[in-house]
Design a protein around this ligand. Structure first.
Ligand SMILES: Nc1ncnc2c1ncn2[C@@H]1O[C@H](COP(=O)(O)OP(=O)(O)OP(=O)(O)O)[C@@H](O)[C@H]1O
Ligand SMILES: Nc1ncnc2c1ncn2[C@@H]1O[C@H](COP(=O)(O)OP(=O)(O)OP(=O)(O)O)[C@@H](O)[C@H]1O
Ligand SMILES: [Mg+2]
Ligand SMILES: [Mg+2]
Lengths: 258, 258
């Protein structure tokens, strides 16, 4: 059974997508069969692994959520990275938020989709949009673990309280097994000691859930999405690639099962 | 009557709050009486001008939206910048999204609040959360203009189509006078020519709505929120302060009326 990890934080632009794409690629490189599920209507994770808008219109996570017979396999594509697969988002996913709300148990559509699918993976990473709405709740209800990326900037600290309250609500009402397993400090900018103060606060609040690996802010990481490539393809020896490889080892705990 | 400008973009972390706080402060410095309305439950704009969590719990935008007799004046506070005022957000604003949805014309609560208030300002800037949900729709329905900050990075380009579709829907169904008046390129990082390519695409798509002023990515801008100060108080001669002063002149067109 795969480890299903929702990558969530309602604060915007804190590296959720960048972490899903690059942690996913590095887990795949280690030999873990990994699926990225893109729940953000903007489809940044789909773009980040090179899936064009056209391809997404055919079948995407929108169709899987709306049609309760369609298994994940029907909307899953391979990527340029061996062992890495993607179930892309499309723009009509934004409409799903409204359409799902009218049905019963609207928060459990993704979990139901996982249950009717053959998830032949070691890891499933779910990229959530920057809100605590229905799409993110679906992601949290379908996962066993949550990974929170925290940007090393001041505003990013403010939202974590609200996120923990939401996680608790989801755990009580929708998903007893949900656990905050991993916190990752990202976009660390050595030019300011603000970043060090943020990391200190994060370690105080989250203790040993915080990864030792800190992802630096690097230009190459921000350039890779334009070519639709994870950093290990775009610039394999860059600081960003090294950091996400370290993170993949830390999250996976070492050698793949296959 | 004030110019009411909603600052919106569902892509997260693209400088909405930073633009509201600093454009607001620079308009105030020019002599325009300016109100910041914080519609984001995370309350980053409130923090950015130094309003503490405790102060927000008393009265905030949550109370104004929920209580249809409370005028904006009851939830408005002065800031350390002369001429700059704030109607802060509080965490319970997230609950408002659910509570408002059950009433009639849920999208028009903010407009109704403006109509029952004495808005004695030259500018009202509304900081929207990173989604196209009910709070953002309230902001768009209550404004006459929209300002879209666009981060000079690749993923940030993807969401603009979805945003334009939403603006059109709001214009047709809720607010005939809504106009996309201003697009600002922000967080420009000279270390990569990706930023130049993004600006080129933005100017192609939005023509003369795009401000000449481009806000650079600077460490000082990211440090200012920790002290709860706009950049003109935190480091008045920095590149960030210069850029937002230029932007304020461009948006206001010059001399204040008072
Ligand atoms: N470590 C990093 N170094 C440099 N740039 C980064 C890094 N991580 C992310 N970025 C860039 O910062 C921007 C925000 O990151 P990203 O889109 O991954 O955040 P997000 O949390 O997924 O955003 P949203 O809230 O919109 O979903 C993107 O343009 C991305 O390329
Ligand atoms: N020009 C800039 N230079 C450096 N840092 C910046 C700049 N503009 C914004 N930032 C920083 O980038 C982060 C994101 O900016 P900000 O919070 O203003 O974006 P936002 O669009 O309001 O985010 P959200 O989508 O969560 O509301 C913040 O930590 C902020 O301090
Ligand atoms: Mg994202
Ligand atoms: Mg903001």
């Amino acid at each position: 059974l795969p480890r299903v990890i929702a990558v969530a934080n309602q604060k915007g632009g804190v590296g959720k997508t960048t972490t899903v794409v690059n942690l996913g690629a590095c887990l795949a490189e280690l030999g873990y069969r990994t699926l990225i599920v893109d729940l953000d209507p903007q489809g940044n994770a789909s773009t980040g692994v090179g899936i064009t808008e056209e391809r997404r219109r055919e079948t995407s996570m929108y169709h899987v959520l709306i049609d309760d017979e369609l298994p994940m396999e029907e909307a899953t594509f391979p990527t340029d990275v061996p062992n890495l697969f993607i179930a892309p988002a499309s723009l009509d996913l934004a409409a799903a938020e409204v359409e799902l709300r009218s049905g019963f148990a609207a928060e459990l559509y993704l979990r139901a989709a996982f249950e009717r699918s053959k998830l032949d993976y070691d890891f499933v990473l779910i990229d959530c949009p920057p809100s605590l709405g229905l799409l993110t709740t679906n992601g949290l209800a379908a996962a066993q673990e949550v990974l929170i990326p925290i940007q090393c900037e001041y505003y990013a600290l403010e939202g974590t309280g609200q996120l923990l309250v939401t996680l608790e609500k989801v755990r009580k009402k929708l998903n007893r097994s949900l656990e905050l397993s991993t916190v990752v400090c990202v976009m660390y900018d050595a030019r300011t000691n603000l970043a060090d103060r943020v990391i200190e606060v994060v370690r105080e609040n989250f203790g040993d859930k915080v990864c030792k690996t800190v992802v630096p802010r690097t230009v190459r990481l921000s350039e890779a999405p334009e070519l639709g490539q994870p950093i290990i393809l775009f610039d394999s020896s860059s600081r960003g690639a090294i950091a996400y490889r370290e993170l993949a080892k830390e999250v996976s705990g070492g050698t793949p099962p296959r």
